[in-house]
Design a protein around this ligand. Sequence first.
Ligand SMILES: [Zn+2]
Length: 236
Amino acid sequence: MTQQFRIEQDLSPKRWEGRKGHKIRAIVNHITAGAFPGCLNWMKNPVSKASANYLVTRTGRIIQLVRDEDSAWANGGVKKPNWRLLIPRVNPNRYTISIEHEGYGANGGDGTLTEPQYQATLWLHRQLIKKYDLPVDQDHIIGHYRIDSVNRPNCPGPKFPWDRLFADLKGVAAVAGDLRVAEDLRKVKIRIEGKEQKVVEGVIINNTTYAPVRAVAETLGRQVDWDNAKREVVIK
Ligand SMILES: [Zn+2]
């Protein structure tokens, strides 16, 4: 069953009009220290200097605070960055779109998401990737810590579900529910969890993950055939 999500609007005054001519190059993920609705009020309060384009709550609500065409105040500071797409001397808010996730103050705000929150942010990522033609890779979908590793090392936190998010966005997980993808930029390991853990090697070419279908399917106890008439790989 595909869940239905919608975007609510609750605009914050804390933004810059426009993007100074910059295109959106990446999605930046964040975690809030506080719970909803306090974190929303904080991002709308003129006293704080923080906002984001979107907030995804623990119950799976998606709230837009700053329109995509405007620049949010989410990641202006650049300190010891680790990001290939950074534009020198341009505020990163100008060319990124920021998603805040309501954090678990009580649990340390470590990046763990609830299931409805995960599904909502996955849906939102998909919308934005399609709308702005963003490749699914670790340059175009990042965490705040990649821009400011000094002051924001834990945004969005060590337990943010990167592997699951990338796997779902690449469609790899659709092959089998229990695939986990661990990426480095070119080679990729696909860990198949079961009684015996097995690792199959794949590669990423043009932002698409390729895995040897026979090795993956047979590890999952399935058979692979080639239908020559239809020129299709058949997994039984
Ligand atoms: Zn952040």
